[in-house]
Ligand binder design. Sequence first.
Ligand code: HEC
Ligand code: HEC
Length: 328
Amino acid sequence: MRQLLAISLTMITVSIATLGAQSSSEEGANAVLPWAYVLNEPTSNDTTAPDPNEVVTVPGSSVSMPRSEININNGPPDWHPDGHPTMPEVVAKGGGDGVVACGYCHLPNGQGKPENASLAGQPYSYIVQQMTDWRNGLRKTGEPRMGPPSFMERIGLAASDEEARIAADYFSSFDFKPWIRVVETDMVPETRFSGWIHKVIEGGGMEPIGTRIVETPEDLHRTELRDDASSFIAYVPTGAVARGEDLVNTGGGGKTETCTVCHGPQLRGLGPVPALAGRSPSYIARQLYDLQTGVRNGTWSDLMDEAVKNLSVENIVDIAAYTASLEP
Ligand code: HEC
Ligand code: HEC
């Protein structure tokens, strides 16, 4: 399989020159997958801002700080320093002009959040390749109005090779841990969009899930404090996991390709090909759609063409539900 992949990767570098990028739709991707490309609702929906001087902490941590210190300019709060190796400067504090601390969004242990991505345990060469694609303007988002992916585009443009390599070395050096609890259901708690994620409305009711995934923090308070030990729930439609398993493992009767050939048994990654198992279904859905529409058109992206070209929104929901349910 590794050999096959090496051959395909070589072929792609040859064929890329002849293949133009597919055109992206005029409308943002939020129109198609609003639950994955989250746009915030007007701030009037938010409760009053918490006291910036309040000293805060999280369970299992001996660290505490005034809330105002949790700030993108300060890098990530490091609540659990024993939970990861020592962060290099670019991850903890940021690098050159425009290179914001990777750990602020991706978290010190690289577990990531629905509005960004998990980096823990991804292959070193894959991470470096993605940074190169951003620098070359080949990886874009289908929904530029969604703040975090657009922010990542700017960081990717700004980061040097050296910074990309240091960050890749760090995040690939440890494993990704179970992070998503998948719950199949017909009804979900009502949520609103704020902070680029779904937040359960306190005292809200239940509503039909429809054809979507509702990924939300297990503990909103801890997630808002950027606690890298506080994980997520993904509500998915009843039956989605089994349908996704069929698509991934058999190609769903010609609808798509068998993913394990490239992504490895149990989708835990293979060579330079990224791992999918147990990762944020919101993120996975955005990538399947960005690859399908061609706004993500990196050096290796053509290898995904056959897998994504015929996927419907329901297929994307089912695949993301299944991949999220797998043990990393
Ligand atoms: C402001 C928040 C933010 C910061 C800071 C940030 N990222 Fe990201 N990153 C994102 C988002 C959002 C995505 C997902 C983009 C999408 O959904 O299309 C992402 C995705 C990625 C991916 C792709 C993961 C994959 O599986 O393909 C890599 C690699 C990455 N970031 C590396 C970095 C590095 C290295 C740094 C530090 C130099 C960094 N990021 C800093 C927000 C951030
Ligand atoms: C021929 C090999 C191949 C097959 C088959 C394949 N993939 Fe991929 N996949 C890749 C490569 C290579 C990448 C990295 C693309 C890039 O760098 O833009 C990728 C990237 C992805 C990503 C983005 C991951 C991330 O962290 O950003 C997702 C999601 C994905 N594949 C899902 C699937 C699914 C689901 C299937 C089966 C239905 C599948 N792939 C089949 C090779 C493959």
